[in-house]
Each structure stands twice: as structure tokens, then as C-alpha cells.
Ligand binder design. Structure first.
Ligand SMILES: Cc1cc2nc3c(=O)[nH]c(=O)nc-3n(C[C@H](O)[C@H](O)[C@H](O)COP(=O)(O)OP(=O)(O)OC[C@H]3O[C@@H](n4cnc5c(N)ncnc54)[C@H](O)[C@@H]3O)c2cc1C
Length: 313
């Protein structure tokens, strides 16, 4: 009797899909799900029905050694042209129970960042003004420690609920090692809900700060083009955009991607850009800034998927 052939990754992904109660999309195009509109398909995109469905999915993926990636709003993400092997999880907008008690809010990680701002204003709470113009989801913002000059998520996040292959647990913010645009989550964890602590305050003043921030963005960011926002983290004491501009790259094109002529830390897709085009822009900026200033620019945008070795910036 011959032994049965080993299962292929396609078989394993199919088995995983069969066990999900939520929505599954095989070969899901990722470009329309990212703000820069670039990247190939994911083997399987899963929108879990509820937290137990998500925990079971993560357990199944771990047991079958199928990689999992979490997609938020795709607002700071570059997906490879070859796409993403394995499972991509995208939470529904309303995932898990939300609550409001005094100065505390618990919100779904799949909800847009704007939900935090709206709920805070409606409840007479302040402290999250920085979040008003940040695209993406609350889960992505909590995982990236998204922020601006006037504040960041770590100032208002009290705890996060995460799903892991072992189940759901709450982690206090102090356990997340929050730093500039980063935090440390358990490996493979998906943020499912975010607990915020805000403070009672003057919401009229809060609104004025947010209006001014939005106006500033309108003037300084290429908001009419597909973009992922900031490409590089600001090096200590400097601005990545200033360095990229200083080496003459504002408006520089590679294929159909371009360093924005408005904000030199933003890449824009002029139409039909590929991940390869975007990576070529990143590479040329890194090389020129290293040569001229001796500064090693680090990526803020996250890379996802199967990049060829020669594509890496
Ligand atoms: C026009 C524009 C302006 C921007 N301005 C700012 C700004 O001012 N400040 C700023 O900080 N950012 C800014 N960004 C970048 C982006 O909005 C933030 O990084 C945002 O927090 C990304 O959230 P997302 O849900 O889109 O995450 P995605 O881009 O989908 O994912 C980013 C990373 O977070 C992980 N992730 C997403 N969701 C979860 C989850 N639920 N659990 C665990 N990990 C998760 C992903 O795996 C990935 O590694 C801007 C982007 C654009 C396009």
C-alpha cells in the first residue's frame, strides 16, 4: 500500500477555508485593499465571523503551518507583486462588543480610526485629537502606534485585546513596549479590540485642533493620489521628507510610482504602479541619503508578501 502524498499548501489553505464560519475569498486581489493600490493576490482572505471563529482560524493555521498576516485598512502597506502566500485576516468593522464607561471606551479593532474621534467628541472626551486625519483601522493604528506631532496611540491606549492560536486575552499597554511607530505584540497576534482612556475636556477646542490638522494635511500631503503615507521613519532629530527632498528626489519617478512633489516622504501611484516600481524609489532614496548624509533611513511602511530577493530595498 502506498503512503498518501503530502498535502500541498493549496490543500492546506482549502482545509482552513472549509473550517471558517466567516467569509473566505480565495485569490483575493490585494491592490484594491491597500491605499497605494499596489500588489498581487492573497491565497485566501478571511473575514472571521466572530472572535471564536478567529481564534479557531489562528489555531488551524498554526497547526497546518500556514502563514497568517493581518490586514487593517491597508493604509501603510506595500504588498508584493507576487501577492501573499497563506491567509490574510481582515476583521469586520464591528468585531467584538464595544463599550463606554466614564472616560473609557472599548472599540472594535476593525473600525476606522475616525470612530474613536467621533465617539470621543460625542461623549465629551478629549486627548485623541492627533487621530482625526489618520486613515486605517483602530487595530492597525494600535499595532503601528500611529500618531502625529501632537500625540500618538500610546498616549490613549490603555489595553488591547488580542486573538492568538491559544485564544483571546487582554494585554495592558505597559506590556506592549510602545515606541515610535511600533509596539510589541505576541507573535501572530491579531488585535481584536482596543481599550482607550481619554479625559473630560473642552470638545470645542478639540474640534478646532482637528480642523487645523486636517487643513495642514490638505496643504502638505498628496491626498488626491493613492499613497501609503510616510515611507520612512523620521531619523532622530530630523525629517525623512527633508532628507529625500534634499537629495533631489521630489517628483522623481520609477515606472509609474513617484516621490510626491508635495511631500517627499510619500510615494504616490500615478496609475498602474507595481511594488517593484515602489521599491526602486525606496532604494534610490536610501542610497542617496546614505551617501550624502550618512543616515540609514528605516522603513515605516510595512512590506507584506512574497518579494523576490533582488526586490528588497
Ligand atoms: C494619506 C495618509 C496619511 C497618513 N498619515 C499618518 C499619520 O499622520 N500618522 C501615522 O502614524 N500614520 C499615517 N498614515 C499611515 C497609516 O494611516 C497608519 O500607519 C495606520 O495606523 C495603518 O493602519 P491600517 O489599519 O491601515 O493598517 P495596515 O496598513 O493594514 O497594516 C499596517 C501594519 O499593522 C498590522 N495590523 C493591522 N491591523 C492589525 C490588527 N488588527 N492586529 C495586529 N496587527 C495589525 C499589519 O499586519 C501591518 O503590519 C497615513 C497614511 C496615509 C495613506
Amino acid at each position: 500500500m502506498s503512503a498518501s502524498p503530502p498535502s500541498t499548501s493549496t490543500d492546506r489553505v482549502r482545509e482552513i477555508a472549509a473550517a471558517v464560519r466567516g467569509e473566505c475569498t480565495p485569490d483575493a486581489p490585494m491592490a484594491p485593499r491597500t491605499s497605494i493600490r499596489v500588489g498581487g493576490p492573497a491565497d485566501l482572505l478571511v473575514r472571521p465571523a466572530d472572535p471564536p471563529d478567529l481564534a479557531a482560524l489562528l489555531w488551524n493555521c498554526a497547526a497546518r503551518r500556514v502563514p497568517v498576516m493581518v490586514l487593517g485598512g491597508g493604509a501603510n502597506l506595500l504588498v508584493a507583486d507576487a501577492g501573499i502566500r497563506g491567509v490574510v485576516v481582515r476583521l469586520p468593522v464591528d468585531f467584538g462588543e464595544e463599550s463606554e464607561e466614564g472616560e473609557r471606551l472599548v472599540l472594535s479593532a476593525g473600525a476606522p480610526v475616525s470612530r474613536l474621534v467621533q465617539r470621543a467628541l460625542a461623549a465629551g472626551l478629549t486627548g485623541c485629537e492627533f487621530a482625526s486625519g489618520i486613515p486605517g483601522t483602530l487595530g492597525g493604528a494600535a499595532a503601528m502606534n500611529a500618531g502625529t506631532r501632537i500625540g500618538e496611540m500610546k498616549d490613549v491606549v490603555e489595553r488591547v485585546e488580542v486573538a492568538t492560536p491559544e485564544g483571546l486575552l487582554w494585554i495592558p499597554a505597559a506590556g506592549l513596549s510602545y515606541a515610535y511607530r511600533s509596539c510589541r505584540l505576541p507573535p501572530g497576534a491579531v488585535v481584536t479590540r482596543v481599550g482607550f482612556r481619554l479625559r473630560r475636556g473642552d470638545v470645542t477646542a478639540s474640534r478646532a485642533v482637528m480642523d487645523a490638522d486636517r487643513e495642514h494635511r490638505r496643504r502638505t500631503q498628496p491626498l488626491n493620489w493613492p499613497t501609503w503615507g510616510s515611507t520612512f521613519r523620521n531619523p532622530p532629530g530630523d525629517h525623512a521628507g527633508r532628507l529625500v527632498e534634499a537629495v533631489g528626489l521630489k517628483g522623481h519617478r520609477e515606472g509609474n510610482a513617484m516621490w510626491s512633489d508635495l511631500h517627499a516622504n510619500f510615494v504616490v501611484n500615478l496609475g498602474g504602479a507595481t511594488a517593484r516600481d515602489c521599491l526602486a524609489l525606496i532604494r534610490v532614496a536610501r542610497e542617496r541619503v546614505r551617501e550624502r548624509f550618512g543616515v540609514e533611513l528605516e522603513l515605516e511602511v510595512r512590506l507584506a508578501g512574497a518579494f523576490a530577493p533582488d526586490e528588497h530595498p
